[in-house]
Design a protein around this ligand. Structure first.
Ligand code: GRF
Length: 200
């Protein structure tokens, strides 16, 4: 059984989907802890499932390194096999990436390498593209630059707002995330190999 820590900042709808999936005894991963950089609404999902949670407030720290050191310390209490960034709106400092790589993955609401960064949905709309997408990647020191584990195209429709488009992307992100975590747990995806070789 793969043990998973999930880090969030927001509503945690992707976390919720993973919690629902992991409630199935046949699913080969379990969420052992949920962490956040603020009092995120999504922490309520962890509580509902009886999963421990922690908050490492960004604002309480002087630097990214100091925040990251405390985050790392909290994660080490649980020693998860995998860390999932599911809407964590902070860049991890290189020391934390180095400590957990390649066992950290991230979901992103665009078809990477297109539209990396915090505003992937807004940037796709602003660019006027006819399709965007969703991706799950391995985290490296860049901004959404790590090896791509899974991705899927999603159309941009006339009249889409950022909110409407993001709501169309999120269900795909959830499905990809649940599938990637399952494939990591079964060994179908080898993260150590994904770090150095091109994704399939
Ligand atoms: C997701 O689209 C994630 O990729 C992005 O923020 C969103 C998080 O949504 N970075 P939620 O908190 O899981 O509802």
């Amino acid at each position: 059984m793969l043990s998973v820590a999930v880090l969030i900042s927001g509503t945690g709808s992707n976390l919720r989907a993973l919690l629902d999936a992991a409630a199935d005894p046949d699913y080969p991963a379990r969420i052992v802890v949920v962490g956040a950089d603020r009092e995120a609404d999504g922490l309520a999902h962890a509580e509902e499932f009886g999963i421990p949670s922690f908050t490492v407030p960004w604002r309480a720290h002087d630097s990214r390194e100091a925040w990251g050191a405390e985050l790392d310390e909290q994660l080490r209490v649980w020693e998860p096999d995998l860390v999932v960034l599911s809407g964590l709106m902070r860049l991890l400092p290189p020391s934390v990436v180095a400590a957990w790589a390649p066992r950290i993955i991230n979901t992103h609401p665009a078809f990477l390498p297109e539209f990396p960064g915090a505003h992937g949905v807004r940037d796709a709309l602003a660019a006027g593209v006819s399709q965007t997408g969703a991706s799950v990647i391995v985290v490296d020191d860049g901004v959404d630059t790590g090896p791509i584990l899974a991705q899927e195209r999603i159309p941009v429709l006339p009249g889409d707002t950022e909110h409407v488009l993001h709501d169309r992307i999120k269900p795909v992100e959830r499905r990809l995330l649940i599938d990637v975590v399952r494939r990591i747990a079964t060994g179908e995806i080898d993260l150590a190999a994904a770090r150095t070789t091109a994704p399939s």
